[in-house]
Design a protein around this ligand. Structure first.
Ligand SMILES: C[S@@+](CC[C@H](N)C(=O)[O-])C[C@H]1O[C@@H](n2cnc3c(N)ncnc32)[C@H](O)[C@@H]1O
Length: 417
């Protein structure tokens, strides 16, 4: 189908990636800006030549009751691609994400019966994001990219950005020669915003502190530019509470925090297990690991190892009781999960920002004789399709179950099947 062609379709279920699945002439069409149950006119935006093409709903012929007027004036077909669900009511956004998590766990994880509820965070749908990266076009104007495109839509503001960032003043300036501009700030901590001009090979701080202060679990955390920190102001507290509730660390226990960042979970675990216990935080990024050294200084029974998390490292860990696993979007991967499943932990809390990667890794654990004991999900990224999950994995007393998917299970993320 030629890009630009118009199709009329019945919209089916939501799929991983912020679009819904429709069919036209026997082919799958991934439709953005639509909702399940709607009838829409779609403009084709991309045809891969394979089994599916992509398009935007440009006219709604029969609307879902979950449809609302997008609060952002820059969202919509062919415009800013930053948000996926501006046209969806708050409750329906969470229901769509719950559907996707359950579907990924069923299809890729071999677990067809997981009830998923996506929990709301305080603060509403707008004004939450404490880190924004804008692209800059050839004329030096900052904006956000069109979905799956290099085109930049100049914007005057961003309604999901936290007011502490003051992004309007950054967007009103010209940034000649820059590749992008990043604004970070802490809604909960102190220090004001930081603005970085992003070049093609380097970045330069143009305003604000290089080292930020965040607040979670009733204390401050040093987070330098470039180190990871959750972008929703309530996220660190919510995830920390969840991980502690699920693992229930006991005084004297030994913990590992893999992909530990600036030491958020390691710090909370150290407080929970006390000086009779121990915590090892493993983080690959030099800047984050240096922040972790500062953040864990008051609990010397917590140590930091700057290293890549891989199967060899996990297999070489000395005895531990509980583990936190918080990998980047690609997931921890089969080898790391197999090494953890072969280890001595009584429980692993897996914090995941991609439900497909989580589902694949959960399947590795269950194939090795572990079970998914609990799953919680949080709407850390309102208006977007992104969702954060925390899975509690424990060794199953009866050994490996029969893998319902078999060795050749489908591992194609986002494919409607
Ligand atoms: C999702 S963040 C989580 C950080 C921390 N747990 C938190 O919540 O603040 C993932 C972290 O893993 C680190 N990382 C990515 N790949 C890694 C690897 N192969 N080995 C070790 N660390 C890695 C990143 O630098 C980042 O700090």
């Amino acid at each position: 189908m030629e890009p630009g062609a118009l199709l009329e379709v019945e919209v089916g279920p939501v799929a991983h990636g912020g679009h819904c699945v429709a069919r036209h002439d026997g082919r799958v069409v991934f439709v953005r800006h639509a909702l399940p149950g709607e009838r829409v006119r779609v403009r084709v935006t991309e045809d891969t030549g394979g089994s599916y093409c992509r398009g935007d709903a440009v006219e709604v012929l029969r609307a879902s009751p979950d449809r609302v007027a997008p609060p952002c004036p820059w969202s919509g077909p062919g415009r800013c691609g930053g948000c996926d669900f501006q046209h969806v009511s708050a409750g329906a956004q969470r229901a769509l994400k719950a559907f996707v998590v359950a579907e990924q766990l069923a299809r890729l994880g071999g677990l067809p019966d997981v009830d998923v509820i996506v929990e709301e965070l305080p603060g509403g749908l707008l004004g939450w994001r404490t880190r924004m990266q804008f692209a800059v076009n050839r004329r030096g104007m900052a904006g956000l990219r069109v979905h799956r495109s290099h085109s930049v839509v100049p914007v005057k503001d961003c309604p999901i950005a936290n007011p502490a960032l003051g992004v309007a003043s950054v967007l009103s300036r010209r940034w000649p020669g820059a590749r992008g501009v990043e604004v970070t700030g802490s809604a909960a901590g102190a220090g004001g915003r930081s603005v970085r001009r992003l070049g093609h090979r380097s970045s330069a701080l143009v305003e604000g502190p290089q080292v930020g202060q965040e607040r979670a679990a009733g204390r401050d955390w040093q987070v330098s530019g470039g180190a990871f920190w959750q972008v929703h102001p309530a996220a660190a507290d919510v995830l920390l509470r969840c991980v502690l509730d699920l693992l229930a660390p006991r005084p004297g226990e030994r913990c590992v925090d893999l992909f530990g960042g600036v030491g958020l979970y390691a710090g909370a675990l150290a407080a929970a297990v006390g000086p009779a216990g121990s915590v090892l935080c493993v983080e690959g990024d030099a800047v984050a690991a240096a922040d972790a050294v500062v953040n864990l200084a008051s609990t010397p029974w917590a140590s930091i190892r700057r290293a890549a998390v891989d199967a060899g490292l996990v297999a070489g860990l000395s005895a531990y009781d509980v583990a936190v696993l918080d990998p980047p979007r690609s997931g921890a991967g089969r080898e790391v999960c197999e090494a953890l499943a072969a280890g001595p932990a009584r429980a692993v809390a897996y914090v995941a920002c991609d439900p497909a990667a989580l589902a694949r890794d959960v399947r590795t654990f269950t194939s090795a004789g572990w079970r998914l004991a609990e799953l919680r999900a949080f709407d850390l990224f309102p208006m977007t399709h992104h969702v954060e999950c925390v899975a509690l994995l424990v060794p199953a007393p009866d050994g490996p179950p029969v893998d319902p998917l078999g060795e050749a299970g489908d591992a194609t993320p986002g494919h409607p099947g």
